[in-house]
Design a protein around this ligand. Sequence first.
Ligand code: NAD
Ligand code: MG
Length: 393
Amino acid sequence: MKNITVLGSTGSIGINTLEVIQHHPDKFRAFALTANSNVAQMTEQCIKYKPEFAVMADEQSATSLANAIKQDAPDVKVLSGTDALCEVASHIEVDQVMAAIVGAAGLLPTLAAAQKGKRILLANKESLVMSGRIFMDTVSQNNAELLPIDSEHNAIFQSMPMNFANGLDQVGVDKILLTASGGPFRTTPLDELVNMTPEQACKHPNWVMGRKISVDSATMMNKGLEVIEACWLFHSSPDIIDVVIHPQSVIHSLVSYIDGSVLAQLGNPDMRTPIAYGMSWPDRIESGVKRLDLFDIASLYFEAPDEARFPCLKLAKEAMQAGGTNGAILNAANEVAVSKFLNQQIRFTDIAKVIEQVLEIMTAKEADSLENILEDDQLARQCASEVIRKLAA
Ligand code: NAD
Ligand code: MG
């Protein structure tokens, strides 16, 4: 029996993870569940899964949760705050940690799991974008296992030889082809992008996801973050990563080799596939996902990304090339801009402008300490708020 801590259990990835766990009660158990403030949903999850621990971000939500479950799930220990998140991510009884908190809030608990050598099922790409080098070093120094859950990185992992960590040139890889759906605005006339609403941006053609990553998909910052994520996960240079627009999201990414072979992973767009793979690797288990019907699909389409339409993609690649805390700055500016857009305080096309200005204004530091990274995360948030105030004036 594998004990799993699900960080962000009330989110889109968290819910899919619980579905896979529910499919295999003989193999997996939800040991700890965590959420930001959704007490109603956490109450249901606690009653259904009876975890050892439930953690809410703040004390008030934790008190409400403890009251709500005292009849039906009295044995669940309810905690709150970042220290508690780190505690349940690194608990001695935990085998696997699903890192599915959205944004920078996921960094410390995910690192705590790495420090204790857990198997990390990594959905929270922001933690790698912020602290790639420290994160990867912590994983290797503590013999943690890092299984990518982001569908593209899971596909790349499945298409790589086991010993890819020796270096991509050692194993004959010449390109990583990272697929992207192009999001909801792939064909929207350029002059209409400025008027796109949060509701339109969150209507992804193929995936149902949280609101932040949905907006990231609409700006293609999501793909930019994923280029950075792939560089760290696969010890790759950004130069050998090509973004390929594939609007159907059937091929989840590909690896091209020097002998002309191209290996890919395909499947219906359903996150339970990469989640089940990460949980069971190197074995495979039933995930509940509908099988792919190639006759139904009949043909597959590809096109090159348009950087004029998607400036965030270029900003992310430049931040990776520039190194240091630029990843953390890019990520923080993006989190602030997306949240302001979702609250209808800035326009869709302002998101890229805010990030570009923050990267221009700030001077990045070395990303060799968590202090530097967290400091620049905070400074970039303040800088982004300032830039947005000026935009509005
Ligand atoms: P979501 O918004 O649906 O869920 C986020 C979860 O994090 C919720 O449980 C929420 O309660 C929790 N949370 C939010 N802020 C928090 C805070 N400050 N402290 C503690 N907990 C907090 O998001 P999602 O779509 O499930 O995405 C989660 C992560 O997975 C993101 O990093 C995203 O980029 C990544 N990811 C998601 C998908 C997908 O299909 N949804 C695919 C690939 C990668
Ligand atoms: Mg992805």
